[in-house]
Design a protein around this ligand. Sequence first.
Ligand code: NAP
Length: 284
Amino acid sequence: MKNIHDFYTLSNGVRIPCIAFGTYKAAQEDNVKTIQLAIEAGYRYFDTASFYDTERVLGEAIKQSGIPREEFFVVSKVWKTEMGYENTKRAFKQSLERLQMEYLDGYLIHWPKPYPEAEDWKELDRETWRAMEELYLEGKIRTIGLSNFLPQHIEPLLQKCQIQPMMNQLEIHPGYSQTAAVQYCKEKGMILQAWSPIGRGRVLQDELIVELAKKYGVTPARICLRYLVQNGIIPLPKSSSLERMKENQNVFSFALSKEDMYRLETMPQTGWSGEYPDRERITE
Ligand SMILES: NC(=O)c1ccc[n+]([C@@H]2O[C@H](COP(=O)([O-])OP(=O)(O)OC[C@H]3O[C@@H](n4cnc5c(N)ncnc54)[C@H](OP(=O)(O)O)[C@@H]3O)[C@@H](O)[C@H]2O)c1
């Protein structure tokens, strides 16, 4: 990968840019400014979700940019309360309306379970997926995938699905590498996206990250993002400043050594959000 417009090719041949802009908490109400800045900074792949309340401003900013819709890669997600066949179809339609778009580049199931004790989650995933498969076959979504699905959630879906998920979005950053899930998804031909790629700022003070930032002459955030890019994972950094938006794209001018990649991969857990699909949120 040489710049943010370089891409991976998904299992159905669709090209996906190698770095995205995360929109969670990136905009409030009708304030399109942050998204406009991100477009100005060069981002074309935007990650949103019905849950984030940023679809409307994202759609507005893209429209106002005057840049053709086809140049963007827009991914949204069906929320926990929107799961199931009919609900998913309705939720998708509402997302398109908020985004003022005719199609989505990616649509994901946000979480495998509406709540950790849900007994019917496998059936709910299948029904949600069935709706997404149909929307995909109708040409309304270019790629379909998952978010926060661990191997134990993906296996039952794979046994019943018609179309295999093309991607999975997980919390991944140094200090929370999720190696088993990453390995599994890669073996299944799924492209990974990393949410909270800099651990929402929580990992930037870690001693290893600080040491490597000094060694490579870059910022701690760039170490985190480079680690992901070098691992073939798409980071989705969010920032509200143009300067940091640009910094977060500046990860192609250096490479981490093999040894340093292993150090980052095996470092003690740090910066984890506490979110885990099979448990209530874990707080320290
Ligand atoms: N699928 C899911 O369940 C899920 C869950 C969470 C998030 N996501 C997606 O992932 C995206 C990113 O995750 P996130 O927003 O949780 O966390 P993140 O991108 O790891 O961190 C964002 C935080 O880091 C700061 N920051 C950004 N760049 C920086 C830099 N270069 N140096 C220092 N600080 C920097 C930002 O502050 P400033 O804004 O002030 O720059 C912000 O406070 C979300 O926006 C969303 O699209 C998905």
